[in-house]
Design a protein around this ligand. Sequence first.
Ligand SMILES: Cc1ncc(C[n+]2csc(CCOP(=O)(O)OP(=O)(O)O)c2C)c(N)n1
Ligand SMILES: [Mg+2]
Length: 567
Amino acid sequence: MKGADAILEILAEYSVSHVFGLIGETSFPLYESWTRHPEINHILARDERNAVIMADGYSRAGKRPGISEVPGVGASYILPGMVEANNSGTPMIILSSDISLSSEKRNFLTEYDKSAIFRSVTKEYISVNTGNDIPRLLRRAFRATTTGRMGPVFVRFPINVYEEDVPEKEIYAQGIFSTYPSLRVSPDDQLIEEFLKIIARSSFPVIVAGQGVLLSHGENELQDFAEYMNIPVGTTISGKGAVSEEWELSIGVVGSRGGTDFSNNVLSSADLIIFVGTNADSASTSEWRNPPYFANGRKIVHIDISEFELGNNYPTDLFLLGDAKLILTKLLNKAKIANLRRSTPSNFIEKRQEALAIQDKLIDKKFSSTNPMRLVKAIQEVVPDSSVIAADPGVGAIYSSAYFKVKSPGRKFIFNYSVGGLGFSLPAAIGAFFATNKTTLSLTTDGSFGFFEGELETLARYKPEVKVILVNNGSFGWIRATMLSHFDRIIPGADFVPTDYSKVAAAHNIPYEVVQNDSEIQEKMKLAISTPGPFIVEVVTEPEDKIVPPVPEWKSTAKRHGREYLG
Ligand SMILES: Cc1ncc(C[n+]2csc(CCOP(=O)(O)OP(=O)(O)O)c2C)c(N)n1
Ligand SMILES: [Mg+2]
């Protein structure tokens, strides 16, 4: 069998149904073979950057690694997506065609060295140099991306291998690696018991759950364990949804990207912090100030799949290396056998209710344009619970991180807060739509919109149920607010001239509405959700230096300048 056919046959053996890509000359033999493989849908993106982010959104919204195919000439365009996926641990395989091996080192058009670039932003870089190696190395890619600390694998195919012969008997999959996480590992029982003893000795334990819980699909196990033990749970922004945020012991997101006074105060008063599936990064710990790096008598226990992240950022008392879901299951079983149930922390429920009541009032504040809290409320009330929301950094992400309440535990949000690059949400939402076949949101900003505008044609072509909610504040608002906090004034470099988004939408025949004030928001969101296919809702608001969102370090600046602080 020809190498190109072998690649597609093996993908089919791994039940791959979607590949997000963009064709180039070096991919031609593969695309010719693809005409005989209609079971694998090719989703054409307009920029390789976005093809890879679509694969990321597909992966995070479902249980299968995202697959992308890009030509060597466009492989350098995928770096933003690779960096985010690599730092987030997203299971993904990037297939990249390249010039033939015999053309190397001759300045052949599109030639450049991929190996050094992609080694630094992948779990593994693989070059498949003969047809014979195709099956073995593809199996290696699926194993690597779905096990342990997951991450993207880059597989390069010099064009000559597409034509080379592959023995038929080599065409098989190791099926267990077609979904993630494929092989779950857990520490010794003795460590599990030690962990339970540490909890028993603490007076106020708090769990901080990260995206590792979502990637391990361990949300229900986390909630069951925390409920049984009556331990309050906060999440990182990327781990939002690891427990129900309507549950009485949920404190919501912690840290500086969605953490509130309430959640951060709970964190700082704990005498035991249990990190689960998180690398305890700067965003979720307010740059390691909360929980405080050192605190007398406070203990830290860390559960994570990565030997590099476990205990990396805090003095740590116990290390549990392994899969979050498996470890939480074992913890609950042993806790039940030993009858370790605890009572609800005193006054906690009342304090939480008070904090929520204060947050609810923020919605009544009036501005000359839309109150971002209204937007969060409208999304909460109108968007189906089954929808995944991909959010770009900026107004959309910070308010939804802080104030949206995820109903049932599970992946509701896809944030790209490992790196936080602009222009993630639309391609991620398109990928998530193909994974779930459910209405999906791109909660974006005018800054990010400029990065992915080319994909509006992709929306027009496939007509997926993807609704773009575009928060327009005429600027890189986050930067304006940071300037104000940093220099005590706004310096040039962050403002745009107005764009007529109605015309941008009309150019692609995508239905569009604009929201100028609070009273229109609910009705226009309803229209977007009930209209079949893609829709753009532009929401006009102020930049973050004028309506200041709940970012702890901005609060004092806002007070000094007499600006509205929503948190
Ligand atoms: C690719 C990239 N370049 C630069 C930045 C730095 N940056 C962080 S926030 C921001 C402004 C965001 O503006 P916008 O997307 O309009 O969101 P807003 O804060 O206005 O809601 C910028 C430029 C970034 N995050 N990503
Ligand atoms: Mg903006």
